[in-house]
Design a protein around this ligand. Structure first.
Ligand code: COA
Length: 370
């Protein structure tokens, strides 16, 4: 017997379900049939071999009967017989070329009244498992036009992976037929294949369902009852469930002070007052007057000055060091953009900026601004 080990997974409907069920209940069985001259096969095997020859003769009318008989009873060929209630209902006649790593399928047929019930599929899968057990990983066959569809569904293709030298001169050549190959994967238990695929489909369906249930979940959202204050991204309900992770760079862009709005405001006000006391700070104290510099607001898209920064600080706009530093540095950058490098303004911008950065570092409020 060459049947599969069954019953590992729960089965769902598939093409080979009926034959597998019949095999499980003992109605159906596979048998390797072989006209072995050295060791006489049991009479029953020879009777089944004759039955199989008849199935081939009926189902392959274009093949001469004598030729079928010669090949089926040739000692170099074997057949996988499909026996249902002691009668042969189909089979595959093949020849193995172990040194060439391939198996040639010569005839393959199912009796007319048993076709399209999945026997052809299960029979081919059984032969695949049998070949793998004998270390053969390629099937070759010449398929006539009407059989190409069936072989394609069994994993055969016109794209021959085996090198020509491996089969040239070994395989029988049929005029008008198409050479097809099926490459076997030794890790696939072919007779269990449909069960495994169904099981995998079921697992994927459950995973999708679980993921969708998570996606559909409605989170409570943010509360502003205590006023507006800065929070870390991961505190937003639902963010962590999306797989979000903070990167090390994120933490270098924040400062411990950001967590305490009152302390932050005191520290920033202190630095701002010191900057306002710098001897070169006067050009940056108020917004640039348009009547004095008519093209200023055409050149500088985002103007800012220390008075505006003070107003923003009072209103609680600076929820973190980073926002405050960005505005302050923009004051000096704008100045350098508008003025010549040789101008006093340019030099003042550099001097006050250096002073500002040093003060921020002194109070531990500087963050990475890249
Ligand atoms: N052309 C295209 N598709 C075919 C086919 C053919 N000649 N014969 C079967 N199929 C399809 C089936 O519709 C089924 O498709 P599905 O799974 O998408 O529904 C699939 O192949 C397998 O069907 P299954 O029931 O397992 O096959 P079977 O028991 O009918 O056996 C043959 C298939 C080819 C062996 C059988 O039809 C037969 O004996 N035909 C006459 C002899 C022959 O042509 N042999 C092949 C060359 S030696």
């Amino acid at each position: 017997m060459v049947g599969p080990e069954t019953g590992f997974f729960n089965e769902q409907v598939s093409r080979d379900q009926l034959p597998k069920e019949e095999e499980r209940t003992g109605v159906l069985k596979f048998q390797i049939l072989h006209n072995n001259l050295k060791e006489k096969p049991p009479d029953q095997h020879l009777i089944w071999l004759v039955g199989l020859k008849n199935v081939f003769s009926h189902q392959l009318p274009r093949m001469p009967k004598e030729y079928i008989t010669r090949i089926v009873f040739d000692p170099k060929h074997q057949s996988l017989g499909l026996i249902k209630e002691n009668t042969v209902i189909g089979g595959i006649c093949f020849r193995m070329f172990p040194t060439q790593n391939f198996l040639e399928i010569v005839f393959c047929a199912i009796a007319a009244n048993e076709q399209v019930k999945g026997y052809g599929t299960h029979m081919m899968n059984t032969l695949k498992d049998y070949a793998i057990r004998h270390n053969i990983l390629h099937f070759l066959t010449y398929a006539d036009e009407s059989a190409i569809g069936y072989f394609r569904k069994q994993g055969f293709s016109r794209d021959i992976k085996l090198s020509r030298q491996a089969y040239l001169g070994y395989i029988k050549d049929y005029e008008g037929a198409t050479l097809m190959e099926c490459e076997l994967n030794p890790r696939v238990p072919y007779t269990q294949f449909s069960i495994i695929i169904n099981k995998q489909k079921e697992v994927i369906r459950q995973l999708i369902e679980r993921k969708q249930a998570e996606i559909r979940k409605v989170h409570t959202g943010l509360s502003f009852s205590q006023g507006v204050h800065r929070i870390d991204i991961q505190e937003i309900p639902g963010i962590l469930e999306t797989g979000w992770k903070s990167s090390p760079e994120d933490s270098s862009k924040h400062n411990e002070l950001d967590k305490d709005p009152e302390k932050l405001s005191v520290v920033l006000r202190n630095v701002l007052n010191q900057v306002k006391g710098h001897p070169n700070v006067w050009p940056f104290k108020e917004p640039v007057k348009e009547d004095e510099y008519p093209d200023y607001y055409e050149t500088i898209r985002y103007p800012i000055d220390l008075h505006t920064v003070s107003e923003r600080l009072k209103s609680g706009y600076y929820s973190c060091c980073r926002l405050f530093i960005a505005d302050m540095l923009r004051i000096f950058r704008n100045c350098r953009t508008y003025n010549e490098k040789s101008s006093d303004y340019y030099k003042y911008a550099n001097a006050v900026e250096r002073f500002f950065i040093n003060k921020m570092k002194e109070v531990g409020a500087m963050v990475d601004m890249t």
